[in-house]
Design a protein around this ligand. Structure first.
Ligand SMILES: [Zn+2]
Length: 157
């Protein structure tokens, strides 16, 4: 720990330690070199896992890229930008809570597709065509049929 007054390293002693409500630790320190007092704050930071792509390539999680893909799927659809932001936040938080260093990019794709399904059926189908590689009309129709069955199965809508 470097003293912010004199720059001495590892010359401070802890004179008080307190915990805050967010799980952080505040330490009051006194520099043995110059006698000045200062505080340090420690907080655990949740790390977002690195994504492993289909080809085995590693890629850092990129919230903006994720949002961009969702925005393209939602183009001209009545989906609020705030809903997409919220979905991106939820996905990021879920990834962090997994507590893993690396996860398959499929995990993220599955979360997006699940989230879009709840927001807008057309956006979901657009994303599904790319993500599930639906490369012919029959498989797109099959996906739409599944969606319609799900909607019919819901009592209220
Ligand atoms: Zn000092």
């Amino acid at each position: 720990m470097k003293c912010p007054y004199c720059g001495a390293t590892n010359a401070s002693r802890v004179i008080d330690t307190s915990h805050d409500s967010r799980g952080g630790i505040r330490r009051r320190r006194e520099c043995k070199n110059c006698g000045e007092r200062f505080s340090t704050y420690e907080r655990a930071i949740l790390a977002t896992p690195v994504l492993i792509k289909a080809g085995g390539e590693r890629e850092p999680f990129d919230r903006d890229k994720l949002l961009q893909g969702m925005r393209i799927a939602c183009a001209k659809r009545p989906v609020a930008a705030a809903d997409l932001e919220r979905l991106a936040d939820q996905i990021e938080t879920r990834l962090q809570r997994m507590g893993k260093a690396e996860v398959s990019s499929r995990v993220v794709g599955d979360m997006v597709i699940e989230g879009l399904k709840a927001l807008d059926a057309i956006a979901y189908i657009r994303y599904a065509i790319v993500y599930l590689r639906l490369d012919n009309l029959a498989s797109v129709r099959e996906e739409i049929n599944k969606l319609l069955e799900d909607q019919n199965a819901k009592p209220s809508s």
